[in-house]
Design a protein around this ligand. Structure first.
Ligand SMILES: Nc1nc2c(ncn2[C@@H]2O[C@H](COP(=O)(O)OP(=O)(O)OP(=O)(O)O)[C@@H](O)[C@H]2O)c(=O)[nH]1
Ligand SMILES: [Mg+2]
Length: 462
């Protein structure tokens, strides 16, 4: 049975101009509120079938002033986003009309929803669990196809199922321990019980660990692989960003020192989500603005998951180039020898003694040569050592990662407790703690405060 809540409303579309704007109402009185302001002859929304849409007008019932021409969808509980009665009013998409309709709704019996309150109700009414609610937020914020796919898989409940299975195993063990203690059939029951606890703790811990191993991959899928394009001024970094994006995003000129600030863009290269970062060419400079830019480039370099180090192969390798080779050592990196359409002046044999030859790619952005090879190299680097399974369950959420780490600690306490000869009932407490911690991921064991804090991160109207 749904818990009783008041009726809430909010604008569910982004602010600004659009084809339509949507005001969403949810709660026991959603239909009454809508009927107070909806007008089309003597038509009454309350008498219409669920999951139907109706043309009409929104009017101010006190002044009879018409507000907007609308389409109203009515969806009765429980088959709705919140599991409550939901009404969605599609208005014309201007800022004024959507706001006026919302105002009218609010002065006729609904309360303004807090950010995330619709999704919070879906959770409190039992339609989704906490990790699914978090997935809703991830879907909204997804910046790459892969991130979207990951969020949708989580929304589907993959992570929840996995966690629930682990919790069930812990629960079974705890139950078994109780039985052993209550009905000791053998003399060595204490020993058997200890053995069972250690075995189960180790086994479930291993599963949690393998889930955690997906975390760094998960973070990349969610945020994109931080890929810094680094190099001296004028070697073609911004040109490279533009071709990878297939869009003229960054300014390209023949003047060295064109890019002054870091530019970030998301792009998917052969299915690998990249957060591409174009940087100011690194050199010693007196220009204050450029110098700040160069500092930022260094920062981008130190934060990067992958470095694309660009050289102009129509000039000999300079001392600055060599410094950049040193600075990027230890990073995952691809060396790009650009401007292949021009005469070669860079000593390739020397370069090959300095870097792994298989990390070199020859490109010309002018003729588009070598770009396919570059994309292939990026994908190879990314998928090396990981299966790239499409439907694997990834953990990417910081809250989940922290909880999984705490769970591992609780298992360690179980194992250590038994080894140091602690009484079984004390060890049981640590095992129960592991069970609770996992439950916080799905929201099966969770405090109100956390729920409030989590949902407040949502946007208004979701
Ligand atoms: N011939 C030739 N010119 C290129 C190539 N790639 C880039 N350029 C030219 O090189 C010049 C510099 O390109 P940018 O992309 O602005 O170089 P950058 O590395 O971003 O330079 P800064 O922002 O100053 O650090 C421009 O005139 C580009 O058109 C190439 O493959 N061949
Ligand atoms: Mg540039």
């Amino acid at each position: 049975m749904a818990i009783e809540f008041d009726t809430i409303a909010a604008i569910s579309t982004p602010p600004g101009e659009g084809g339509i704007g949507i005001v969403r109402i949810s709660g026991d009185e959603a239909l009454e509120v809508a009927d107070r302001i909806y007008q089309l002859g003597s038509k009454n929304l309350k008498e219409q079938a669920s999951h139907t849409i109706h043309y009409g007008r929104v009017v101010n019932p006190k002044t009879a002033e018409p507000i907007d021409e609308v389409m109203v969808s009515i969806m009765r509980a429980p088959k709705t986003y919140t599991r409550e009665d939901v009404v969605e009013i599609n208005t014309h998409g201007g800022i004024v009309s959507v706001n006026k309709v919302l105002e009218t709704v609010l002065s006729n019996g609904a309360r303004l929803a807090e950010p995330g309150e619709f999704t919070k109700r879906a959770f409190l009414n039992g339609r989704i669990d906490l990790s699914q609610a978090e997935a809703v937020m991830d879907v909204i914020r997804a910046k790459t196809d892969k991130a979207m796919h990951m969020a949708v898989t989580q929304l589907d409940g993959n992570l929840s199922r996995l966690i629930r299975n682990l919790r069930q195993e812990i629960l079974n063990t705890l139950a078994q321990v109780e039985v052993n203690i209550d009905y000791p059939e053998y003399d060595d029951v204490e020993e058997m019980t200890s053995k069972l606890l250690v075995e189960k703790a180790a086994q479930v811990k291993a599963q949690v660990e393998s889930l955690l191993e997906t975390a760094s991959q998960g973070k990349i899928l969610r945020e994109g692989l931080a890929t810094a394009i680094i190099g001296r001024p004028n070697v073609g970094k911004s040109s490279l960003l533009n071709v990878l994006l297939k869009e003229e995003k960054a300014i390209v000129t023949e003047i060295a020192g064109t890019t002054r600030d870091v530019i970030e863009e998301y792009v998917s290269v052969k299915g690998v989500p990249l957060r591409l970062i174009d940087t100011a060419g690194i050199r010693e400079t007196e220009d204050i603005v450029e110098r700040i830019g160069v500092e930022r480039s260094r920062k981008a370099l130190s934060d990067a998951d992958l470095v694309l180090l660009v050289f102009n192969q129509s000039e000999p390798l300079t001392p600055e180039d060599k410094l950049l080779l040193e600075a990027t050592e230890g990073h995952h990196r691809i060396i790009i020898l650009n401007k292949m359409d021009l005469e070669n002046k860079l000593d390739l044999n020397e370069l090959k003694t300095l870097v792994d030859p298989s990390s070199i790619v020859y490109t010309s952005i002018v003729t588009q040569a070598g770009l396919t090879e570059l994309e292939g190299k990026i994908a190879d680097l990314f998928f090396a050592g990981n299966t790239g399974e499409k439907d694997a369950t990834y953990v990417s959420n910081i809250r989940h990662i922290a909880l999984l780490n705490d769970t591992i600690e609780a298992f360690d306490d179980v194992i250590e407790g038994i080894e140091t000869g602690m009484p079984v009932d004390l060890v049981q407490i640590d095992m129960t703690r592991a069970w609770d911690l996992l439950g916080e991921i799905t929201g099966d064991s969770v405090q109100d405060e956390l729920i409030t804090q989590l949902f407040s991160q949502f946007c208004l109207g979701k």
